[in-house]
Structure formats: C-alpha cells, structure tokens
Design a protein around this ligand. Structure first.
Ligand SMILES: *[C@@H]1O[C@H](CO)[C@@H](O)[C@H](O)[C@H]1NC(C)=O
Ligand SMILES: *[C@@H]1O[C@H](CO)[C@@H](O)[C@H](O)[C@H]1NC(C)=O
Ligand SMILES: *[C@@H]1O[C@H](CO)[C@@H](O)[C@H](O)[C@H]1NC(C)=O
Length: 722
C-alpha cells in the first residue's frame, strides 16, 4: 500500500492550485491528520495521470473525461467522490432541449441547428457529440471530430470552436456581444456562451436544440428575475429529447437525458488503498469544511481562483464503493467517452484488409486506389489469406486489421480470436436472401401433429450438412436444449441417433452415418445420392422442402421464404405446382406450432448480416467512418466515380469483400461484440453445436475448425452452384 510510504502526494495543475494544496498540507499536518500530505505540480490533468502512474504523484481530483482516460490507459481507479448536495448527489445530467412545438428527435438531429455551451465542454460538447458518434448516428473519418460535427449539423454556435481545424459552420449561429465583438469566443463576451448562453441561442431562435444541463431551463425560466430574453416563456414551452427517440417535459430529466455526468473524483493507482485516502480526506473535511475555519477545503476564493483541488460546489467527499472507472462513470457517460475516444495520431496509416481469392484481391486493389483518389483515411492495403480463419489469426496478431465475415465465422472470430464487429452490411428491407429466419416446416395434417418434443425418431430433411438454417441452427438448438443427446464427440452421430432417417446432403466425409443419407434420392436416376450439389434433388432450400412435400420426411429445416417460393403456383415444377402454403405449418422452438406466415415469432434464429470485424484495440468508429464516407462516393451502383463497392461484376466474381446485395454499411452501434451481433438465439445454438464436440482436447477443437471449414466449402460451393 502507498502508506508504507509516509506521505500522499497530491498532483496540482496550476500555481494557484499548488498554493491551495500547500495550505491544505499545512492545515492537515497541524491537525495531526496522517499520512503527511505533500503537493507536486503537473502541467495538466492528463499529465498528473501519467505522474500518478509513474509514482511521482499519488492522487488528484479530476473530471469524468480524465477518469475515463486514466482508467483506460493506466488502470487508475476513482477512490473518493465529490458530492454537490441537493437531490442529485454526486452527479448532474446532460440534456438536449428543444421548443415544445419542435419536430426534432434525437434521431433527426442531422441537418439541424445547434447551440452548445462551448467547445470541449462536458454537457455542451463531449456528451452530445460522444453519444451521436458512439451510437453510430454521426460518422467520423480520420478522427476529425470537429469536421464530422460540422458536416452533421447544418449550423451551430460552439463558443471556442474558431480557428484552425474548425469548420466555419460551428461558429455560424454565434452572436458575439452587444457591440458585435467577441463572436464565438469562449467567454461572456459571446452572449451564447455557457449554459445560459446556449439556452438563449435556442430561445432567440438561432438554434433548434440546446445542449445544456438538467437545471438550466428551470434556472432561466423559474427565477425571481428571469433574464429579459426569456420574455414570457415558461419551462413547459420546452421539451427534452430522450436517447430512445421520445420527448419529455423538462422536469423529466432523470429519465430523459443524454447522459448522467459523474462527479469529479479523486483517482489513485490500482495498488493504493482507497479507504485510507478517504479516511485522510474525511478527517480533513470534518475540520476544514465549516464556515470560519482557517482553511476551507471547498473554497478557492482565497487563491483568486475557481474549483481549485475540488469543485467549489462540493458539499462533502464520499467514499467510492465499487472502485472501477466504469462503475463510477456509468454506462451512458462511458459510451459517450468511448465515442470521443479517437486520437488521430493513434490511427494506423493503413488499414490492412484481408481478402481470400484472386478476384477479391483485384477488387480490393481497385478499392484502395479509388479510396485514395478521394483522400479517404486511413488508406486501404490488401492482404491475402487462405481462409477466413487465417484472416482472424492475422488480426489477432495485428498483422491484418479488417475482414468481413458471415454467420458462424463471426462466432469463431469472437469466441476464439476475440475480434469485434466495427460495422455491418445492410440489405434492402425486402431482401430475404441476405438475412433470413431459419424455420422448421412440417405438414399440417392431423396425423402429423407433433411438436419439437416429439421430434425424436422423426424423419428430417436438411438443406445440407453444416449449413446454417438446414443444420447448424436446428442441430445446435436440439443439442443445447438436451433434446438431442451428444454421442461421444460426434455431432453427426448425435443427429443420426436422433432422427430415424434423414436427407442431409454433404461433401464426402469419412464415416458419414448412412441414415443421414437414407431419404435422399440423388438425380432420380441413381446418381449423386446425398451429394451437396444440384445433382441431389433434395439439396438446398427447395430440395429440403421437396423432401417434406413428397412425404419422404416429416420436417424440413429451411428458411422462412422457402414455403412461399414453392407453393400457390410460385414453383411450376410438377412436384410443387399443386402445393398450398396452408398445408404446412412451423414448429416453434418453444414447443408450439404456428402458421407459415408467423415466422417472425416462430423461428430457430435470424441469420444476421455480414460483419466487418477488427481487433478490439482498433477504433471501430474510425473503420465505420471511412466506409461511411466511402459509400457516399462508391456505394451507389450508378455512381460515376469509377468504383462500385457493392458490385463484383467488374472483377468476375460474386460477393467480393461485400455482399453484392448490400445497400449500405451501417455502424455496429449497440452490437459491439460478436455475441450481440449474432443474437442470443444463434449464439446458443452455435454453442450447443460446439459444446458437443469434446471440448478440452486439442484434437477436438481442431475437429470443430474442420467442421466449420467444411461448412465454408459447402457454402462456397452453393454460391458457385449455377
Ligand atoms: C413539423 O412537421 C409538420 C408535418 O410534417 C410540418 O408541417 C411542420 O412545418 C413541422 N414543424 C416544424 C416546426 O418544423
Ligand atoms: C478540444 O479538444 C481537442 C481534443 O482533445 C483538442 O485537440 C482541441 O485543441 C481542444 N480545443 C480547444 C479549443 O481547447
Ligand atoms: C453491376 O455492374 C454492372 C456493370 O459494371 C452492371 O451491368 C450490373 O447490373 C451491376 N449489378 C447490379 C446488381 O447492380
């Protein structure tokens, strides 16, 4: 513990603060409060954090932004918090205020006119900008945050955002003083500066939304002598924008805000005993917080300063129980800080993109050239690999930066290699090929009335072994729920023992259980039985459904559109032309049955879009920011900029780098882990599949990879199947 040293070194950032600190040190020592408090001088709050880390200082009281950086970079922890009395205790709230008749919501702020307390200030800038960035509403390229804000809003007043590197629109709505001077200065010369100024900017109609704190509207409209510019307005002439897109009265700030802003806190190294720091300060505040005592801990007036060591509004210091920076900052504020956490000097100069085929290399090279031509940052470099898994390994070792992956690869990338989604593909709303529901189709007939609990011993039709809707999701789910019993280390054996007979077409696999091919028919002339190709009539979605429709099987594992594509005359082949969708039903995983149209509530998992995955230390917002800017130029298939992001025709391929059906790249937003990207249901099924492959043994995990690779080969074969 630090108290094996006999002193606690407080880090200060100005001469005034140093002078207050040395008075505090003298006062404490005179009062025999131990350990001895000493003072050191740092240059800035962040400098103090690195001094504490380097053990040349021990503690300092800092704001939320600094607590975030210190926690992330040096693992420093908050140990004592400031409390400000009233009913908000140790925090306040950052809110977005609009006129009560405004149409704006948090989701339509893009293109709006905004009023901010000042550049880099907590509620006026850091929280709203961080929130918009982190949630993916606003994109930033190359960590140029001010430019991103300038592009996102049509005009703003952000006092202090003038000069180099700041777009002119950030000062456009500012007013200056009565004499017209001081426009956009971060001082009272600018009438729209600070909380009251930002609110005035809204009241006077310059902006449509003001980023202020929870008490600002009440303070302006409710006082004895409201400022003249408030005119006759009342608090209920205004509303708050909530994070979820709703609005609420200005009194509802506890539930409708952008973030709870944590109080300042004293931070210390991981190995410092926080309770001893509190004991020291607790004794101090008992002696030196009263009116008239010779030293005043929470006042800075004797030093001609403000908020020295502690904020002047502090009423008491409180111990922090859960000493992690995440717990102190809270989820909302933490995410806003994460959104702002983009340091251009830490961006890689190149983003190394993993590609898997010659055609992909061609497209990737064209993409790199096209992006560079538009000065997009970071630049792209193309790195080729043999398999998706090699890409994942390369990213884990940081030899590669980015790869785009589908379904079970996303699972492996997250579980085995710790990668995270940075962005994802988005397909047209009516596009049911790119993301779809996996369903289990059965015949409606009373004689066939069974549920998943009676599935054992039934005859099954699968699109193919190792495929998502046809195999992985149903078999994984049945294993996971304990309905299907694991057999040794083999999922194949488990499935073979569960179903009495099946058709699960596959590539040649040694010891492939015979009954998994029993229902297959090949090409009807004795060739290609059970092969994972169009030779097998029961292969693929349509084939598996045909296997059911021709009463070979009792259940078909397909996707939600398959029934509709092959009934009501939509498929004129003789086996399908007479089929009615009403003759079929779905088996739900919860044991119920549902109509085929109710797939959204009766499915075995929704296959997610492909994800663009990165190392967890790669800034996902920078990757999304690049692609978002890029799609402005190259996203539209009719663009005239010489490259099409979502079309592979020019490179003699399909779905190269991105799926051709992609209409936009979207941010990962809330889905920052592979598990949340896949969703609970898919995750559980894939876990079910994996956990029955004899975990622990190296050979077994190898087996798992082989299985996945086979699945890939199959998928690949499907894609190239005419
Ligand atoms: C709000 O929306 C309505 C209908 O879309 C529109 O007519 C009205 O002008 C909008 N009001 C404002 C203040 O933008
Ligand atoms: C605001 O913060 C950014 C990022 O830390 C910094 O680069 C910039 O200089 C700051 N602006 C002002 C006016 O302090
Ligand atoms: C892709 O681009 C080619 C021309 O380069 C065009 O003929 C084709 O229609 C495009 N594909 C799609 C799906 O838009």
């Amino acid at each position: 513990s630090v108290f094996t040293l006999d002193q606690l070194q407080w880090c200060t950032v100005s001469d005034k603060e140093l002078s207050k600190c040395s008075d505090m040190s003298k006062a404490f020592s005179k009062a025999r409060i131990l350990p001895l408090l000493t003072c050191v001088r740092g240059v800035s709050a962040s400098d103090c954090m690195s001094m504490i880390n380097a053990r040349v200082a021990d503690v300092a009281a800092v704001d939320g932004g600094t607590i975030y950086q210190a926690g992330k970079e040096y693992n420093l922890k908050p140990v004592v918090g400031e409390a400000y009395g009233q009913d908000v205790g140790t925090s306040y709230y950052a809110v977005a205020v609009v006129r009560a008749n405004s149409n704006l919501t948090i989701n339509s702020l893009g293109g709006g006119k905004t009023c901010h307390t000042g550049i880099n200030r907590t509620v006026g800038w850091n929280v709203p900008v961080g929130f918009l960035l982190d949630s993916g509403r606003m994109a930033v390229m190359g960590c140029e945050i001010a430019r991103a804000v300038g592009n996102y809003f049509s005009a703003s007043c952000v006092p202090g955002a003038s000069g180099d590197g700041y777009p002119a629109s950030l000062c456009e709505l500012c007013k200056g003083g009565v004499d017209g001077r001081g426009k956009c200065e971060p001082s009272s010369k600018e009438e729209y500066y600070d909380y009251m100024g930002a609110f005035r900017c809204l009241v006077e109609g310059a902006g449509e939304v003001a980023f202020v704190k929870h008490s600002t509207v009440a303070e302006a409209t409710g006082g004895q002598a409201p400022p003249f510019w408030v005119q006759q307005l009342q608090a209920d002439d205004f509303q708050l924008l909530c994070r979820d897109g709703n609005k609420a009265a200005v009194t509802e700030w506890r539930t409708c805000h952008l973030a709870r802003v944590p109080a300042h806190a004293v931070v210390a190294r991981e190995d410092t005993d926080g309770s001893l720091v509190f004991q020291l300060l607790s004794q101090g505040q008992q002696r030196f917080n009263a009116e008239g005592s010779d030293f005043q801990m929470f006042s800075s007036s004797a030093y001609d300063g403000k908020n020295l060591l502690f904020k002047d509004s502090t009423t008491e210091l409180v111990p922090i129980m859960e000493q992690t920076y995440q717990a102190w900052l809270g989820e909302e504020y933490l995410h806003a800080m994460r959104g702002l956490d983009c340091d251009p000097t830490r961006l890689p100069p190149f983003l190394r993109w993993c590609v898997l085929s010659t055609e992909e290399i061609w497209k990737c090279s064209a993409m790199a050239k096209a992006f560079k031509g538009k000065n997009l940052k970071p630049e792209i470099q193309c790195v080729s690999a043999e398999s998706p898994e090699q890409c994942m390994k390369g990213i884990q070792k940081r030899d590669i930066d980015v790869v785009s992956l589908a379904g079970e690869d996303i699972y492996m990338a997250g579980e085995t290699y710790g990668l995270a989604p940075a962005a994802g593909e988005h397909y047209a709303d009516k596009d049911t090929a790119s993301t779809y529901y996996a369903v289990a189709v059965v015949r409606r007939a009373v004689a066939d009335a069974f549920t998943i609990y009676e599935l054992k011993g039934k005859k099954s039709c699968h699109t193919g072994y190792g495929r998502m809707a046809g195999w992985n999701l149903p078999v994984g789910f049945l294993l996971r729920k304990g309905l299907m019993q694991p057999q040794g280390c083999s999922v194949l054996k488990a499935a073979s023992a569960f179903f009495s007979a099946s058709c699960a077409p596959s590539a040649k696999i040694e010891d492939y259980p015979a009954n998994l091919c029993e229902l297959c028919v090949g090409d009807g002339k004795g060739n290609g039985k059970c092969s994972a190709s169009s030779q097998e009539l029961y292969y693929g979605y349509t084939g598996a459904f045909r296997c059911l429709a021709e009463s070979r099987g009792d259940v078909a594992f397909v996707k939600h559109t398959t029934v509709f594509e092959n009934t009501e005359g939509n498929n004129i082949d003789s086996w399908a032309s007479h089929l009615r969708s009403g003759d079929f039903q779905l088996l739900c995983p919860n044991g119920a049955r549902a109509e085929v149209s109710q797939f959204a509530n009766c499915h075995w998992g929704q296959v997610p879009p492909r994800a663009i995955m990165v190392h967890p230390d790669t800034n996902p917002l920078a990757v999304y920011g690049l692609l978002d800017k890029a799609q402005d130029f190259f996203g539209d298939d009719n663009n005239r900029n010489g490259f099409k992001m979502f079309n592979s025709t020019d490179f003699q391929g399909q779905d190269l780098i991105f799926k051709d059906s992609t209409v936009a790249i979207v941010p990962a937003a809330e889905s920052r882990t592979s598990s949340s990207w896949l969703g609970q249901q898919i995750l559980e099924s894939l876990e079910g599949l994996r956990s029955s492959q004899c975990s622990g043994a190296a050979a077994a995990s190898m087996n798992f990879f082989l299985l996945l690779i086979q699945a890939l080969v199959l998928l690949d074969a499907t894609l190239h199947d005419p």
